[in-house]
Design a protein around this ligand. Structure first.
Ligand SMILES: [Zn+2]
Length: 424
């Protein structure tokens, strides 16, 4: 079962008052007119606040994390702002999700702040997290929480090795890689396995590459139940096969232990000229490899026959399968992003869907992976009538249609970081 890694702030109706408030520096500010300020540039995260007078507008510059509330009130008096104005402003900005706390996020965040070099490596990631979190201090809390997460990557080819390095580089504390065999010259990829690793054991070489990407030494793990070959205790398992058939037609049997233990898992890989990210399987909730297989059989009676032939290796001489370097890197990056979004407490659009992109047009599109009633994972009973991540509305393009209001942010942030409930 999952160990809870929750390190995220509790969501209350009223945001906690930050100790050292700062207006989220990741959002550029601009005046839309004399009394309306726009925070942020892009539709996904921009927000307007008004009415705001120019004095208050210039006061925003003082909300940079270097002053506590008492000092801010003093500055407000000096600027002849009315009594209570500063408190009201801070409350209002916090409620709108525009305020961070330079001292918030809890003990793990404090530890991270003391590691200056580590935090400097992760600063852009922290600034980015501040855009997808709403509570003051929540961004650094989530960044710090990544350190206690355990992720397993199965497959250390061009995609898998890069995914492992990316997650490790983004601060995930433990990235384990599983594979067999030795590194071949064609496994080498920027951001993945280095040329020096050719001939080394593939799994060890990929773990080494991931460790080298980490901003920090791996956390010391308290002795506890052993986390051996099985997948228990992993917040997420990423299945990134080197085998092209396994990418196109993931074997339901391979994921059975993951379904049984309630371990979330994400598929990613390259098959022929197509890159695939998804589905992210939340066992018992969203469509799995079994659901995908059943659905394909419904639509195409020849599907099982074809899969059997592909798996047996007929129809093509054994050779190095196609895997465009840039496509593999793109897939690795997107898969790692979906993984992180999930680990940070969101449900990304790969839940119940496969994102696919083909050379040379490179148009991303999502194919739904519906929960299938004949699949033993149980997602179909659970999800009767619901479609994970509102497929039709939001999966048409890569651009997420995100109304920039506070409510949608709260809704997206409802699940504590790095936790998932097992339903089976
Ligand atoms: Zn299923």
């Amino acid at each position: 079962m999952h160990s809870p890694h929750s390190a995220c702030a509790t969501h209350s109706a009223d945001s906690p008052v930050p100790v050292a408030p700062l207006v989220k520096p990741g959002l550029r500010r601009g005046w839309r007119d004399l009394n309306t300020v726009q925070f942020g540039m892009t539709p996904a995260h921009a927000m307007t606040v008004g009415p705001m007078d120019t004095a208050t507008g210039s006061f925003l510059d003082l909300l940079n994390g270097t002053r506590g509330l008492e000092l801010l009130r003093e500055e407000g008096r000096r600027m002849d702002l009315p009594d209570g104005h500063v408190d009201g402003l801070v409350r209002r900005l916090a409620r709108a999700g525009l305020l961070d706390d330079a001292k918030g996020g809890g003990p793990a965040a404090d530890t991270l702040r003391r590691k200056r070099n580590v935090l400097d490596r992760l600063r852009p990631d922290l600034a980015s997290l501040s855009l997808t979190t709403s509570e003051p201090g929540e961004a650094i809390g989530r960044l710090a929480a990544r350190r206690s997460l355990r992720v397993q990557v199965r497959g250390a080819g061009r995609v898998g090795a890069a995914v492992a390095s990316l997650l490790s580089g983004a601060g995930v504390g433990e990235v384990d890689v599983r594979d067999v065999g030795r590194v071949e010259p064609w496994d080498v990829a920027p951001g993945g396995l280095p040329v020096e690793a050719v001939g080394d054991r593939r799994d060890e070489a990929a773990r080494r590459a991931a460790r080298r990407s980490a901003p920090d030494r791996p956390p010391r793990r308290a002795p506890g139940p052993s986390h051996g070959e099985d997948s228990t205790g992993h917040s997420l398992v990423i299945i990134a096969p080197r085998d092209d058939v396994a990418v196109h037609a993931p074997a339901p049997s391979a994921a059975e232990p993951l379904i049984a233990s309630g371990t979330p898992h994400l598929y990613a890989g390259v098959v022929e000229g197509t890159g695939v990210v998804g589905p992210l399987v939340l066992p018992g909730e969203t469509g799995c490899a079994g659901c995908l297989d059943q659905g394909r059989t419904d639509r195409d009676p020849a599907w099982p026959r074809l899969v059997a032939q592909w798996r047996s290796g007929s129809g093509r001489a054994r050779q190095v399968p196609p895997c465009d370097l840039t496509l593999a890197t793109t897939v690795a990056g997107l898969a790692a992003a979906h993984a992180l979004a999930f680990l940070d407490g969101h449900v990304p659009s790969s839940a119940g869907a496969r994102w696919e992109v083909s050379l040379p047009g490179l148009n991303w599109h999502a194919r739904p992976v519906w929960a299938h009633p004949a699949c033993s994972c149980g997602a179909a009973e659970k999800g009767e009538g619901e479609h994970p991540s509102e497929f039709e509305e939001s999966h048409e393009t890569m651009a997420e249609q995100r109304p920039s209001n506070e409510l949608s942010r709260m809704a997206e942030a409802e699940r504590p970081a790095g936790t998932w409930r097992a339903h089976v």
